[in-house]
Design a protein around this ligand. Sequence first.
Ligand SMILES: Nc1ncnc2c1ncn2[C@@H]1O[C@H](COP(=O)(O)OP(=O)(O)OP(=O)(O)O)[C@@H](O)[C@H]1O
Ligand SMILES: [Mg+2]
Length: 150
Amino acid sequence: MRSKQRQPATDDLLRLEDVHKVYGRSRNTVTALAGVSLSVQRHTFTAVMGPSGSGKSTFLHCAALLDRPTSGSVVLEGRDLTAMKERSLTKLRRNQIGFVFQSFNLLPALNVVDNVTLPMRLAGSRPNRRLVDDVIERTGPHLPPQTPPG
Ligand SMILES: Nc1ncnc2c1ncn2[C@@H]1O[C@H](COP(=O)(O)OP(=O)(O)OP(=O)(O)O)[C@@H](O)[C@H]1O
Ligand SMILES: [Mg+2]
């Protein structure tokens, strides 16, 4: 008789292991992250705090696959992202990660609906107009005034 051995339960959504990020080259380098390791559990909120220049944005960029660490690894749902090709990273970013940027990063030539649905359309899926309207209805008052309505 055989018994199945269970994998140890892990709720890690994201794990960073000894992540370093060094900007620049030779004598003009800035070490923004010097060996960051942490785990983020599912269904939790994490706040990153620190003085200006301490590496918060750099950390978020590496954790959200917008930039690659100089060394160390970023593991999302058990998958090591540091080894992944750019194309796969793009898909993962588009389908599994949401970003709320400090600046809105909206495309001024597009109206509100087109801005909201652009990532879905790039992913080849057809936006559900009712869902989109609902999202806009709930977030609309917070959109910057220069965004054309529609
Ligand atoms: N593209 C870059 N090229 C060179 N140095 C950079 C670059 N981006 C960030 N840095 C440097 O890395 C360090 C960390 O910067 P980062 O922007 O991650 O800090 P921060 O904690 O987000 O700061 P703030 O609170 O001002 O947004 C700083 O010394 C910064 O000057
Ligand atoms: Mg920042």
